[in-house]
Design a binder for this molecule. Structure first.
Ligand SMILES: Nc1ncnc2c1ncn2[C@@H]1O[C@H](COP(=O)(O)OP(=O)(O)OP(=O)(O)O)[C@@H](O)[C@H]1O
Length: 193
């Protein structure tokens, strides 16, 4: 939910960085609270079924954010950055996401990884790639973590949610953007059992 650097964005209320939303909240703090409440509520429900492909990933985003944004599940159409790191330009998002999920499918969704270390190395690679693409205007971090949870289950591991250190994950994600996936591997190992 941290704010983005965005080029001109028709999804926001005019003159603000606040995303238009179904509750018509124009105050960012109120929107953050509403968004998180809806996300947590939808998290209590079963996730959409799917083939663990890009369409499935979009369906998961739609599931979590359908109460908040009309564009839930749809890729963003504006250029966005965080901390000066510009994510994939919108015109390349679909192709990049299809590529990533094709490669993940070719790796049998990590079902055949041989140890938590091996799993973490492969998962870090995919999560870092997906973060660099950043397909959605908002809600990327929460979808990434959900995908990681699903991949852990596929690999026969369990996510230890209490061990998630948000700052560590954020710093690891930033390092991965710069090409160093090591910290993300370490962060994933800590939450895999
Ligand atoms: N400077 C940065 N460079 C690369 N990735 C970043 C940077 N800052 C944050 N991120 C990553 O972006 C993701 C957050 O994206 P976004 O804000 O769309 O997701 P969210 O689900 O709304 O928020 P959050 O993950 O904070 O709950 C996280 O994975 C975070 O680690």
């Amino acid at each position: 939910m941290s704010r983005y650097d965005v080029t001109e964005d028709p999804l926001c209320y005019p003159g603000t960085n606040v995303l238009r939303n179904k509750a018509d909240l124009t105050n960012q703090d109120e929107l953050d609270q509403f968004e998180q409440l809806m996300f947590l509520t939808r998290s209590e429900e079963p996730l959409p079924e799917g083939a663990l492909d890009y369409a499935h990933y979009r369906a998961i985003h739609h599931h979590f954010f359908q109460d908040v944004y009309t564009w839930a599940g749809q890729p963003r159409q504006v250029r966005t950055a965080k901390g000066g790191n510009w994510f994939c330009y919108p015109e390349y998002i679909d192709a990049e996401m299809h590529r990533i999920f094709r490669e993940l499918t070719d790796e049998n969704h990590l079902a055949d990884t041989t140890s938590p270390q091996n799993f973490a190395e492969r998962a870090a690679h995919y999560i870092a790639d997906i973060n660099a693409v950043h397909p959605f205007r908002e809600g990327n971090g929460r979808c990434q973590l959900t995908l990681l949870d699903i991949l852990m289950q596929v690999a026969g591991l369990e996510m230890i949610e209490d061990n998630i250190d948000e700052d560590e994950f954020m710093n690891a994600m930033i390092a991965s953007f710069a090409g160093d996936e090591g910290p993300l591997v370490d962060a994933i190992i800590k939450i895999a059992s």
